[in-house]
Design a protein around this ligand. Structure first.
Ligand code: GTQ
Length: 352
């Protein structure tokens, strides 16, 4: 590779004149923006322990009333991007949200897509475009782009959930904004009842939803049963994972980020090849080690970690007797749509 000219090689008055016309020479920065073989990634492998988050989140509940917060969230910020950027990866935002009994987080809608993965507490709900979705541990609730959503809580213990949004991407694209609304009327109909059994969708003539997002809530009992069923059905399958999809189209549940549930068999070590998307792992049940060539994190219940893209990852169940269940969020739908999705089984570039 030849050495390219540096900025210092140019006469200072020439560079100054370029700049006065809003012009910049490419060659001193060419390798920076198009590095050889491997993209530059600011995303660092980062672990957020729930044991650290929970007391600080409960403290936020004492310090800041919901009216002063609208959404009472501690952001899981990746130091590689600087904490101020509030991003977990290039496209993913993670936040841990607290709602106390009787509180209400008012209705709004925004351009970023969001999901909630419920961490603990019973009795809360999120209403999405009039569909009231109960929230229990492990349930996944979608609030896709432009959909009204509000959170309420009729239980008697704090409720905590993990928010995953494509906010960093939307902000970067200069399309991120919100609208406020009033309390939503609850409408009849619940996607998780209408689409309760896989392969059975409402017959069109009797009113197939026709909605882009027919199902807003994916109960954990169903995802868990699907994983156990898949593991039983395919004893040799290493990657026991299901993807949250649109039951009408089979496409990813949302447009930008991908959501999956993964099971590690008792004692299992699972080697995942390097892939272009950054990945977030969150422990729903059990405990697991998430390791790259460079480092490893021991995750216990409700811990979350982020692994940058293009990074081979090894997942190890910490238990020899019980399965471990992880929630996985990644940037794969985005990468596929952009045509840059890449798997590197041997860690070599395999540009699509
Ligand atoms: O619950 O609507 O973590 O709008 C960030 C932005 C949660 C929400 C977040 C939001 C929400």
């Amino acid at each position: 590779m030849n050495d390219l000219g540096r900025l210092e090689d140019l006469p200072a008055d020439y560079v100054a004149e370029l700049r006065s016309h809003n012009l910049v020479p490419l060659w001193p920065s060419l390798r920076g923006v198009l590095p050889p073989k491997m993209p530059t990634r600011q995303t660092q492998a980062t672990h957020w322990a729930y044991q650290s988050i929970k007391p600080l989140l409960l403290k936020a509940g004492e310090l800041t009333p919901i009216e002063k917060a609208e959404r009472r969230v501690l952001v899981l910020a990746n130091p590689g991007h600087t904490l101020e950027k509030m991003q977990a990866s290039a496209a993913m935002y993670l936040g841990m949200q607290l709602l106390l009994p009787g509180e209400w987080a008012p209705s709004h809608r925004h351009t970023p897509n969001a999901v909630r993965m419920v961490v603990e507490g019973e009795g809360a709900w999120t209403t999405v475009d009039g569909e009231k979705c109960p929230m229990s541990r492990g349930d996944l609730i979608l609030t896709p782009t432009g959909r009204w959503h509000e959170h309420g809580h009729d239980g008697d213990q704090p409720v905590i959930w993990l928010d995953v949004l494509d906010l960093p991407l939307m902000y970067y694209l200069e399309v991120s904004y919100h609208l406020n609304g009033g309390r939503q009327d609850i409408l009849p109909g619940r996607g998780d009842r209408a689409y309760a059994r896989p392969g059975l969708v409402p017959t069109p003539v009797f009113g197939r939803s026709g909605k882009r997002y027919p199902m807003m809530r994916y109960p954990w009992v169903d995802a868990r049963a699907a994983l156990l069923g898949l593991a039983d059905d395919q004893p040799d399958l290493a990657h026991v994972q299901v993807t949250y999809t649109n039951p009408e189209s089979g496409e990813d549940a949302e447009n930008v980020l991908g959501f999956h549930a993964l099971m590690l068999r008792p004692g299992q070590t699972l080697q995942l090849p390097a892939r272009s998307p950054a990945v977030v792992y969150h422990v729903i049940e059990g405990a697991a080690r998430v390791a790259t060539d460079a480092q490893g994190f021991d995750l216990v219940g409700a811990d979350t970690c982020c692994i940058p893209g293009y990074t081979a990852t090894t997942l190890t169940n910490a238990s020899a007797t019980e399965p471990a269940f992880l929630f996985v969020a990644d940037e794969s739908p985005l990468h596929r749509k952009l045509g840059v999705y890449e798997v590197r089984p041997d860690n070599q570039p395999s540009m699509p």
